[in-house]
Write a protein that binds this ligand. Structure first.
Ligand code: IFM
Length: 448
C-alpha cells in the first residue's frame, strides 16, 4: 500500500516573506532609514553590493502579488511590517502612509481569502534607534519595541489576528553584534551579545502583552530558528546525547521564554557569559503564548562523546547533500525538533513559520523553472512533519519560505528561495515547478 501522507483536517498551509527582503521603495512615502540600508553600503558586506532598495518592488506590485498568491490557492500568508515605514525615527512621529500600506495589503489579502500572519520585527531596525540607543544593546529598546507594537496593533488589530512579535533573535544579535555578518554589524563580546538577545526577549514579552490588550481574539507567538540537534543514529547513547544537546542548546531563547528561567550551566557552555537580568524581566519574557513558530532549514546531527557535555556535533562529509547555501539537507532534524518540542512543551501548538531551500532555479528555454531539488526538499521535510504529527506532535501549520525569490541578506540576490521566480530586471514573476507542486499539496492537504 502507498502511504497517503494526509495531514489533519484544518492544517494550515501558507507561505512567508519579510519586508526588507521584498518591498523595495526604500525612500518612499516617508519611510525612514533602517540598519540594513546602512549595512548594505558597507563595502564587502553584501554579495555583489546588493541592497534592498528595489528588491521585488512588492511595495508597488503588492496587488499583483496577492492575485498570484490567490491563483496558487494560498490561504495563509506571513509577512513582516517595516518598522521604519511606521515610525521613521523608530519612535514618536507616526507615518500614516506607512500604516496605510499595510492596511491596504491586509485588505487585499482578506478580499482574496488569504489570512495574514504579521511579524512585527524581521530585522529592519530604524537606523535612528541604532544611533540613539545603540539598538538592542540598550534595555530601553524593549519598551520602544512595545510602543511600536502598540501603534501597529491599534491600527491593524481589527483585521489581523495572527501575530509574531520577532523573527529569529539570533540573526540580529549574534550574527549582527558578534560576527559582523548582519546589520548593524559589530564584534562585541559574548556578554554584550547575550545582553542584546535578552533585551530582544524582553521586548518580545512586552509586545506580547500589548498585542493581547489591543487585539481581540489574538493569536500570538515568537518565531525562532531554534537549535535542532538530532541523533546521528537512533541508538542509545546517541538518543540520550541528542536530547541533552537539544535542551542545552536551546537555553538562550526557547527555554527561558517557556520557563521564565535561564539554565546557567547550559547557557555559559553554549553562549558564554550570562546577560544581566531581573526577576521581573523573566516574568515578562515568559508571558504565555498561543504558539511557537519554528523556522527550520538545517542542523547537523550530534553523537555521544566522552567530554564534559556528553555530546558533540558530527562533522558531515563534503559530499553530504546540500542546498545552494551549502546547508546540509537534514529532514530528520526537523522531525526530532518537533518531537522534542512536544516532549518538553506538550501544550504549546507549534507552526513551521519558515522552511525551504535555496536552489539554482535558472529559467529553462521553455519558460519553466524545473526546481525538482526543491520539490524533493519540501517532500522530505513535509514527510518529517507528517511522521511527527502521527506520533503526537502538536504541529498545526506550515509556511513555506519563501513565496518568491528575494534579497537574501548578506547573500544579496545571489540565492533564490522562492517558489515564484523573480526576474530582477523586469520584475516578472514565474511560478516554479515547486510552486505548482505546493499548490497541489495545499489543495489536497497531503504530501505526494
Ligand atoms: O531569508 C531568511 C529569512 O529572512 C529568515 N530565515 C532564514 C531565511 C533564509 O536564510
Amino acid at each position: 500500500m502507498i502511504q497517503e501522507y494526509k495531514f489533519p483536517e484544518g492544517f494550515i498551509w501558507g507561505s512567508a516573506t519579510a519586508s526588507y527582503q521584498i518591498e523595495g521603495a526604500w525612500q518612499e512615502d516617508g519611510r525612514g532609514e533602517c540598519t540594513w540600508d546602512r549595512f548594505c553600503r558597507r563595502p564587502g558586506k553584501v554579495v555583489g553590493g546588493d541592497t534592498g532598495n528595489v528588491a521585488c518592488d512588492h511595495y508597488h506590485l503588492y496587488k499583483d502579488d496577492v492575485a498570484l498568491m490567490k491563483s496558487m490557492g494560498l490561504k495563509h500568508y506571513r509577512f513582516s511590517i517595516a518598522w521604519p515605514r511606521i515610525l521613521p525615527e523608530g519612535e514618536g512621529q507616526i507615518n500614516q502612509k506607512g500604516l496605510d500600506f499595510y492596511k491596504n495589503l491586509v485588505d487585499e489579502l482578506l478580499n482574496a481569502g488569504i489570512e495574514p500572519l504579521a511579524t512585527l520585527f524581521h530585522w529592519d531596525l530604524p537606523q535612528a534607534l541604532q544611533d540613539k540607543y545603540q539598538g538592542w544593546k540598550d534595555r530601553r529598546m524593549a519598551q520602544v519595541f512595545a510602543d511600536y507594537s502598540d501603534v501597529v496593533s491599534r491600527s491593524l488589530g481589527d483585521r489581523v489576528k495572527k501575530w509574531a512579535t520577532i523573527n529569529e533573535i539570533m540573526c540580529f544579535t549574534t550574527l549582527a553584534h558578534k560576527l559582523d555578518m548582519h546589520a548593524p554589524g559589530g564584534r562585541e563580546s559574548d556578554k554584550i551579545t547575550n545582553q542584546t538577545a535578552h533585551h530582544a526577549l524582553l521586548g518580545h514579552g512586552m509586545a506580547t502583552q500589548v498585542l493581547r490588550r489591543n487585539v481581540q481574539d489574538s493569536f500570538i507567538g515568537l518565531v525562532d530558528n531554534n537549535e535542532a540537534p538530532w541523533p546521528v543514529l537512533n541508538t542509545e547513547p546517541h538518543l540520550r546525547a541528542a536530547r541533552k544537546a537539544w535542551k542545552e542548546r536551546n537555553s538562550q531563547r526557547l527555554f527561558p521564554m517557556m520557563t521564565g528561567e535561564y539554565d546557567e550551566e547550559s547557557y555559559v557552555r553554549h553562549y558564554g557569559e550570562m546577560p544581566e537580568t531581573t526577576a521581573e524581566d523573566m516574568k515578562i519574557i515568559s508571558t504565555p503564548l498561543d504558539y511557537f513558530g519554528i523556522n527550520f532549514y538545517n542542523c547537523p546531527p550530534v553523537q555521544a562523546a566522552d567530554n564534559e557535555a556528553g555530546y558533540e556535533t558530527v562533522d558531515l562529509p563534503a559530499a553530504y547533500p546540500r542546498t545552494a547555501m551549502g546547508w546540509p539537507i537534514t529532514p530528520d532534524a526537523l522531525y526530532w525538533n518537533l518531537k522534542y518540542m512536544t516532549e518538553f512543551f506538550p501544550d504549546l501548538p507549534v507552526y513551521i513559520t519558515e522552511n525551504g531551500m535555496a536552489a539554482d532555479d535558472s529559467m529553462s528555454e521553455d519558460g519553466t523553472v524545473k526546481d525538482y531539488d526543491r520539490i524533493e526538499y519540501l517532500r522530505t521535510h513535509l514527510r518529517a512533519c507528517h511522521r511527527a504529527i502521527e506520533e503526537g506532535a502538536n504541529l498545526k501549520g506550515y509556511y513555506l519560505w519563501s513565496l518568491m525569490d528575494n534579497f537574501e541578506w548578506a547573500f544579496g540576490y545571489s540565492k533564490r528561495f522562492g517558489m515564484i521566480r523573480v526576474d530582477y530586471d523586469t520584475q516578472k514573476r514565474t511560478i516554479k515547478e515547486s510552486g505548482k507542486y505546493y499548490s497541489r499539496v495545499m489543495a489536497e492537504n497531503r504530501v505526494f
